[in-house]
Design a protein around this ligand. Structure first.
Ligand code: GAL
Length: 407
């Protein structure tokens, strides 16, 4: 490691997590869109996929790095065909899946699809249990780039298996291994990003990197402030498990939800960005507001999320600050970047003036030094030994401090 980088990282408890898959996929948190929040089953169609691909281009999202068009649950028919193959619903995919992936690839974008480790998906469509190799062969033949893999109707002590099992037979790992192995066996033909969706069960962050390229670390983001708080606060404890090749997935960005306000939207996006979550838009791009569009096109935040170091920010406690409260989003966050340090200041529980001295920030600790800084929502920048912002309730500021000392 470069000496300046090791100095930079010295303030953080760095755990190098080996990426066992090590296939060059998922070196940065993936960026894209998912059909699920838009209209659940009804949006799992070619029409939505292609319209969204066009929107990625017309709204400038592709140029900012948004890449994956992910179709979630309900894209297939309710049963397999006579030879056990998955069948795209002809109503939703009149020309099949391949025709759509070809068009999406021609636009320079990628295509994701959804399956399940159990015998049915959460919405009751065919799951892949026991059919992994054959299903992967289909994904390869269609040109699929990402496979989200859910945890419904998996082996359970209850009979018949419920949709969401509370007392599973064994560890989720066992349900995900056959699909991982099938994908790895096919990787010389096609590299497919494997997105584990076991809702954070069995501390998936401790083993996710050996099974997939990203893993959901919680139950769903329901599009309300309570979800942002629950998921965002939990990300602090597990930051160390994210690294190039395997990232904690905080779930889709539920921006534009009627259940969160303008400040909460900003906080939601910024916190997902600095914790290196995949940035997967869960909203209808035909109905996006200019406020939301401004947030998702914030290049400074995107660059921080996509930084090549791939290290997630976590909380730190400056002198005199109150202790973190479980389930609440702590005001002070920081994480290393390849060319500096990112600081998050979060008004998670109260509006106020939030300030921080750079000498108290992990990665910048030590003597009083003058640094250059820039804030990503207001565009303010300066040089100095610290920053202070008035922040409204549930809003957030993200400051990038460059390691250029002595300015
Ligand atoms: C849930 C999953 C959601 C969505 C839904 C589809 O289990 O967490 O993200 O995929 O299933 O039915």
């Amino acid at each position: 490691m470069d000496s300046w980088k090791s100095v930079l990282l010295s303030g953080f408890a760095v755990l190098e997590v080996a990426s066992a898959l090590n296939d060059g996929v998922g070196l940065k948190p993936h960026m894209g869109w998912s059909s699920w929040n838009v209209a659940q089953c009804n949006s799992a169609s070619a029409k939505y996929a292609l319209e969204t691909a066009d929107k990625f281009i017309s709204l400038g999202l592709k140029d900012l790095g948004y890449e994956y068009i992910n179709i979630d649950d309900c894209w297939s028919t309710k049963s397999r065909d006579g030879s056990g193959k998955l069948v795209p619903d002809p109503q939703k995919w009149p020309n099949g899946i391949k025709a759509v992936t070809d068009q999406i690839h021609a636009k320079g974008l990628k295509f994701g699809l959804y399956g399940c480790a159990g015998d049915k998906t959460c919405a009751g469509y065919p799951g892949s249990e026991g059919r992994e190799k054959s299903d992967v062969a289909q994904l390869v033949s269609w040109g699929v780039d990402l496979w989200k893999y859910d945890n419904c109707y998996t082996p359970c002590q209850q009979n018949p298996r419920p949709q969401t099992c509370q007392n599973p037979v064994g560890n989720t790992k066992q349900f995900y291994a056959p699909m991982r192995d099938a994908l790895m066996a096919a990787s010389s033909q096609r590299k497919i990003h494997f997105n584990l969706c076991n809702w954070g069960r069995d501390s998936v962050w401790t083993w996710g990197a050996t099974y997939g390229h990203s893993w959901r670390m919680s139950v769903d983001n329901w599009g309300d402030w309570a979800s942002v708080e629950r998921i965002g606060s939990a990300a602090a404890d597990i930051y160390n498990y994210s690294a190039p090749g395997g990232f904690n997935d905080l779930d889709m960005l539920y921006l534009g939800s009627s259940k969160i306000n303008a400040n909460q939207e900003k906080l939601h996006f910024a916190l997902w960005a600095i914790t290196k979550s995949p940035l997967v838009l869960g909203l209808d791009l035909n109905k996006i507001s200019s406020h939301t569009l401004g947030i998702i096109r914030n290049k400074g935040l995107i660059d921080i999320n996509q930084d090549s170091l791939g290290k997630a920010a976590t909380i730190f406690r400056p002198p005199g600050a109150a202790a973190p409260v479980k389930g609440k989003i702590y005001p002070y966050w920081a994480g290393p970047l390849s060319d500096g340090v990112v600081i998050g200041l979060v008004a998670g529980t109260a509006a106020g003036n939030y300030k921080v001295d750079f000498k108290d920030v992990p990665g910048l600790k030590g003597q009083t030094t003058t640094y250059a800084w820039k804030e990503m929502y207001t565009g303010q920048s300066g040089t100095g030994t610290g920053v202070a912002f008035d922040i409204g309730l549930h809003d957030m500021r993200v400051v990038k401090v460059t390691t250029t000392t002595g300015v």
